[in-house]
Design a protein around this ligand. Sequence first.
Ligand code: DGY
Length: 320
Amino acid sequence: MSKIFITRKIDDAVIAELKASFDVEVWDSEEVAVPRDVLLKHAKECDALLTMLSDQVDEELLSVAPHLKVVANMAVGYDNVDVEAADKAGVIITNTPDVLTDTTADLVFALMLATARRIPEAADFIRQGEWTSWSPYLLAGRDVHHKTIGIIGMGKIGQAVAKRAAGFDMNILYHTRSRKTEAEKEFGAQYKNLHDLLEKSDFVLVLAPLTEETRGMIGYEQFRQMKKSAIFLNVGRGPVTDEEALIEALKNDEIAGAGLDVFEKEPISPDHPLLSMKNVVAVPHIGSASEETRYAMMKLAADNIKSVLENGRPLTKVSL
Ligand code: DGY
């Protein structure tokens, strides 16, 4: 019987379905990531791994896993996986595209509105009994509607954001590897080089995946090119932004604020300077975290494993 290791406690029904046909073990914690030595021990024996974005699937792991046929990563991003090494080792890698597109685009909007309209600050203010009277500029933020959003990384999530932005009467700019003519036609999105996008946007949104090309692509120089009133949003991967540069840019008023779902190092330390800045709204990598979508991601990852082990055909394979 093929062996599967799941690196985090996931939905019972999804596990039960796999257990009907396979020998399944689960790292029995929802919050604590599986320790590296436990992951390696299971990799040695297993035909399949169902991994999280916090698990490193690298050459070391692949070299100790002679039976491994598939790694199903429960995320659309797969920068935690060495896809080239997996390809050489004959291991199929799958991810969870599509099922999280709308949920992640919703989170972009939640973060953009929360940052621009100072929602967490306002919620703290009222909870701490500081509200003594209505006043004209009390917690006044910035409008989102009719503003310009610049989307860096116009994949499916970027296009779902563009659709929402069109509903807010926003002017939509984008920068990505290849032009998206459909988004141009449907939402009036305009392709810009990075410099022009940064210069013209009121909201600069990073959704680009983490690759050698995108690592550190938003540094101090890029923040300097943004409007002083710009709000920076990152819902892609933390290391695409130089975090030190972001802190400096916020301190020096090069930009007005930031909404962050992802960080250079996750989990971010509670005493990280970004967390004490009033104009920063930070959430713990919850882009796709709705109950419905997380279930869909678990199910798709499990279905990928089932499909590879039963007939060698992944449903959503990551290609090199
Ligand atoms: C992904 O799927 O890559 C997301 O970052 C998870 O929320």
